[in-house]
Design a protein around this ligand. Structure first.
Ligand code: PRE
Length: 95
């Protein structure tokens, strides 16, 4: 692989990282809104059934090269930080 080729591939990765960042921020804003709704309804932040449903839907759609194991790993981390954010926000409100 020429170094020009490596630079081009990394430039494309940088673009995708920017898109992922925007999407993660959009998702996080929705996670915050759901957290506020759960506070109003007195619901627990962690919802393992919903998380399982999301993972199942994504596994059905996944065409690779991302493996199911990678997909599950990434999404479990996203859920973990999402629940943490929801809990921190509601603790700040004294709930
Ligand atoms: C979300 C976060 C935490 C829950 O454990 C399940 C799902 C998610 O990140 O998708 C969102 C959410 O709070 C919810 O759907 O109830």
């Amino acid at each position: 692989m020429t170094s020009e080729n490596l630079t081009q591939l990394r430039n494309r990765i940088d673009e995708i990282n920017d898109q992922l960042l925007d999407l993660l921020n959009e998702r996080t804003a929705l996670v915050e809104a759901i957290g506020r709704e759960k506070d109003k309804q007195g619901l627990k932040k962690y919802d393992p059934i919903r998380e399982q449903q999301i993972i199942e839907k994504l596994r059905e759609k996944n065409q690779g090269p991302l493996t199911d194991e990678m997909l599950i790993h990434v999404f479990k981390e996203i859920f973990k930080v999402s629940v943490k954010l929801q809990e921190e926000k509601s603790h700040k409100k004294g709930l």
